[in-house]
Write a protein that binds this ligand. Sequence first.
Ligand code: PMP
Length: 310
Amino acid sequence: MSTQSSLMPFAYFRKGIIPSKEASISIASHSLQYGTTCFGGIRGYFREEKIRIFRLQDHFFRLKHAAKILGMQVHLSWEDFQEIISGLIQANDPKSDFYIRPFLFSENQVLTPRFDGLDFDLAIYVTPLNHYFDPNRGLRLMVSSWRKISDTSMSTKAKAGGCYVNSALATSEARRCGYDEALMMDEQGNVVEASVANLFVVYRGEVIMPEVGSSMLEGITRRTIIDFLQEEGIPIRSERIDRSMIYTCDELILTGTAAQVMYGHSVDGRVIGQGDVPGPICQNLRQKFVDVMISKTHPKSYSWVTEFNT
Ligand code: PMP
């Protein structure tokens, strides 16, 4: 797994594009103390001297929905958001693939943990990102001993900063035990997602995924994968997925903006499919991403890809 360290030179902060180094907040900020943020993660690709962004509008609406769920009062229009992203791309002038991290946060120095009555604002940083996981190696996965937080306790749909303590615990445990990534079960023992990716299993000839309402993030990549599978006529349905199904499935596929389309090599030491070779459905889905983003031969390229000149 790559660890990101460097920011691109310019960030959006306090309603302007400024040097990233100057974008800082007080240690007493509410969002730092209580994790009262919500964030997005958007991929940018540098191809043919242009910048291509994947499903920008869907990312914008997810951020807006997150603010609504959490009760953050933020006035941000799609037009403003596009303009800010465009300004950041012009200022940073990326020459390789990158990742955009927009987030809503509060600098208020208020002791009470709450969302109401605080000022929330948008900030965005940009960081180079090629691969989050090595795409040529299947993931060694473990079922975490930490259970996925339930939407009855915290919103799992809002990408709220505080919720990622759950992911951080699971990821750290997995790495400490020598694995690449953690799969997370809910309190009932259903496997619902990975620490930062959604999950699909190919099981007895069908693709099965946890249902949207199963305390997981509704990934934008997940929605894309569903479209791709439907286009291919591959049967797909939502169902409970237990641990034994994971151990005996033909393919295990993880999807996310950072993770992209990854395949499981093994879970808790049980090898899935051919281990280090991606299964046929994973390969097919990866090719479709190339068709959309790189060769632009897929009909959805027009609606899903926003292109900026550099
Ligand atoms: N689940 C979690 C918990 C995540 O953090 C992410 C990454 N955003 C995903 C799933 C995948 O979502 P997306 O495809 O929108 O990146």
